[in-house]
Design a protein around this ligand. Structure first.
Ligand SMILES: NC(=O)c1ccc[n+]([C@@H]2O[C@H](COP(=O)([O-])OP(=O)(O)OC[C@H]3O[C@@H](n4cnc5c(N)ncnc54)[C@H](O)[C@@H]3O)[C@@H](O)[C@H]2O)c1
Length: 336
């Protein structure tokens, strides 16, 4: 049997972002040619600094809403292009919806044209504020379709619908990953997500901002586990008959997370409490039975270990003048 690894040409839309940059790195390490396309709305060239000289890596500045022409052969498309943190996706909600709907449709059409397989980065937000716990893929969700989070939640739900319409029509082969909270290096201090907020506040000896009572729960997946899960889903031989949750099922209250972060990034300040934002989910935890049985995948990095790997990156990021100037802890809705 020929055991030579297959080298593919892989388009990563949103590849300059937090998860996308780690995905590009992992795909290059596997010997693939990677085209990263990003409009740099929330992504950064800095995230790609270790990859820019790689002979198999190319960056195209482009928007998925107006896809630039790609002449290369393309075998795989990862669609990660969308702002992901509430302050980022609520800054221009109409654009967020269009990125997810028009952008996903454009990439599906590209997949059809190139005969490529597409993996859509969906989200646990499709479950909204869930009444079922933990959330299995069969749960249809509890989403407010006209609240301030709807541009993202409903945009992602519409994107899933498009994926399965293309699949049912035999127009493209698609995989849908429902990503749960992910953290790690390359997150930005000011992006308004809970892990980055808490770490940056602790490192700056500012009080951590807790929204609501802090009793609401979240699950946190380290980014290397997420990337492994996404690649495993993309490369699965058979097309699964629906989306697959990828996340870490360990469930922590926000108060517990704050305490764990205080251990790795000690701070003398006591947390401050602010009102819970509208439509903020109270509990969130993936049921990953499907990922385990289909992909043989489960997360390997425990939260404490992942936080220890993440804090040094933020310490360095805070030394850079831009990171400090851009930091606005109070603007953030943090419990995503
Ligand atoms: N990080 C998480 O916890 C999480 C959870 C659920 C889902 N997701 C999904 O995973 C994907 C990646 O998330 P992330 O955390 O890396 O976010 P991110 O904001 O760091 O990355 C998103 C990337 O997409 C780019 N982008 C945005 N709009 C674009 C457009 N119209 N055209 C081209 N590029 C565009 C941004 O510049 C950025 O580089 C997103 O689709 C997000 O919805 C992430």
């Amino acid at each position: 049997m020929d055991m030579t690894p297959v080298s593919r040409t892989i388009l990563v839309a949103g590849g300059a972002g937090f998860i996308g940059s780690h995905l590009c790195e992992a795909l290059l390490a596997q010997g693939h040619k990677v085209i990263c396309m990003d409009n740099f709305q929330t992504g950064r060239r800095d995230n790609l600094s270790g990859l820019l000289d790689h002979p198999n890596f190319r960056v195209i500045k482009g928007d998925v809403e107006e896809l630039p022409e790609i002449r290369d052969r393309v075998d795989r498309i990862y669609n990660l292009a969308s702002p992901a943190s509430p302050p980022a996706y609520q800054a221009d909600p109409v654009r967020t919806m269009m990125t997810n709907v028009v952008g996903t449709n454009n990439l599906l059409a590209l997949a059809e044209k190139k005969g490529a397989r597409l993996l859509q980065a969906s989200t646990s937000e499709v479950y909204g504020d869930p009444e079922v716990h933990p959330q299995p893929e069969g749960y249809a969700g509890h989403v407010n379709c006209n609240g301030p989070r709807a541009c993202y939640d409903e945009g992602k739900r519409a994107a899933e619908a498009l994926c399965y319409d293309y699949l049912r029509a035999g127009r493209a082969e698609v995989r849908v990953a429902r990503i749960f909270n992910t953290y790690g290096p390359h997150m930005q201090c000011d992006d308004g997500r809970i892990v980055s907020n808490f770490i940056c506040q602790a490192l700056s000896d500012e009080p951590m901002t807790i929204y609501g009572s802090g009793e609401q729960t979240r699950s946190f997946c380290y980014v290397s586990d997420m990337v492994d899960g996404l690649i495993a889903l993309m490369e699965l031989g058979e097309t699964p008959d629906g989306p697959v949750n990828i996340g870490n099922p360990g469930e922590y209250t926000i108060l517990e997370l704050a305490e764990l972060i205080r251990r790795v990034a000690p701070t003398s300040k006591r947390p401050v409490f602010r009102p819970l934002p509208k439509d903020d989910p109270k509990r969130r935890r993936p049921d990953i039975a499907r990922a385990k049985s289909l992909l043989g995948w489960a997360p390997r990095v425990p939260l404490e270990e992942g936080l220890e790997k993440t804090v040094p990156w933020f310490s360095q990021a805070l030394q850079r003048p831009m990171a400090v100037a851009g930091r606005t802890a109070e603007t953030a809705e943090v419990t995503r």
